[in-house]
Ligand binder design. Structure first.
Ligand SMILES: NC(=O)c1ccc[n+]([C@@H]2O[C@H](COP(=O)([O-])OP(=O)(O)OC[C@H]3O[C@@H](n4cnc5c(N)ncnc54)[C@H](OP(=O)(O)O)[C@@H]3O)[C@@H](O)[C@H]2O)c1
Length: 239
């Protein structure tokens, strides 16, 4: 993948698994110095062991402001930050627990807002923040109302932050159904689910983790992209 990240310091929140881990590997190979962040230090160390270049492990829990403040205190200056953090609260309305709903908002909306609050002064002027939204905001389905709402709120948050902390750029990537490993819990039903997704969407395929990494690198690398949602969903939001 094309971005040259030589000498740039990149913070990846969610670096212990799936898209965050793949992004860390790709960015390290492209010359970046990595800061690997997320809730589980063991997973972050696992990612660190796979990288081509230098990395620092800094645990953070985006549902706790004190944890974000502690990250800010230890982090120092950096160029780009990407967060894949998500704590979904899915299920029928009648079964939703307010505490779980609040945690979903903390991870996807309030956490990113607090990252901007506490880290804005430490980002390079030509740097960026990139967060993850998702297609549920544009194509809601029953049982995914909290996911739709958190992803939608994040899409509007990046517009507001792009104005408030300019010239630092702020964007979101919005995946459709992507085979990052997060659907493995479907077990024997996974293949049929992914085939039905591919049959319905205009791109006639399911997304890969690398599709998401490419979009993140574009958001980081293109200096004229800010306040934008990059839809990486095969056109699923249109049909
Ligand atoms: N895959 C899809 O089909 C799809 C579709 C739409 C949207 N998305 C969005 O795309 C992003 C990446 O998805 P993915 O499938 O690669 O993986 P994922 O499993 O959704 O990734 C979630 C990440 O959030 C981290 N996390 C959990 N709680 C946290 C907390 N309190 N503070 C900070 N980080 C926390 C997890 O850390 P650990 O590594 O320690 O578990 C994990 O790395 C997510 O935001 C997801 O909602 C994905």
């Amino acid at each position: 993948m094309s971005a040259d990240l030589s000498g740039r310091r990149l913070v990846v929140i969610g670096a212990g698994s799936r898209t965050g881990r793949r992004l860390a590997r790709t960015a390290s190979a492209a010359g970046a110095e990595l800061v690997l962040a997320g809730p589980d230090p063991r997973k972050l160390e696992w990612t660190a062991g796979e990288l081509a270049g230098p990395a620092t492990v800094l645990p953070v829990d985006l549902t706790e402001e004190a944890s974000i403040e502690a990250l800010a205190a230890r982090l120092g200056r950096f160029d780009h930050l990407v967060s894949t953090a998500a704590v979904p609260a899915n299920g029928p309305l009648a079964e939703l627990e307010p505490a779980a709903v609040r945690r979903a908002f903390d991870a996807k909306v309030i956490g990113p807002l607090l990252l901007a609050k506490h880290l804005a002064g430490q980002i390079a002027a030509d740097g960026s923040l990139t967060f993850f939204s998702g297609v549920a905001a544009w194509r809601p389905v029953p049982g995914r109302t909290v996911m739709a709402t958190t992803n939608g709120a994040l899409a509007f948050l990046v517009r507001a932050l792009a104005v408030e902390i300019a010239p630092v750029r702020v964007n979101a990537v919005s995946p459709g159904i992507v085979d990052t490993g997060s659907w493995d819990g479907l077990g024997a039903d996974k293949a049929a689910f992914l085939a039905s997704v591919a049959a319905r969407n205009p791109a006639r395929r399911v997304g890969t983790t690398d599709d998401l990494v490419k979009a993140v690198l574009h958001a980081i690398d293109n200096p004229y992209v800010t306040g934008t949602v990059l839809h990486v969903d095969g056109g699923a939001r249109l049909v």
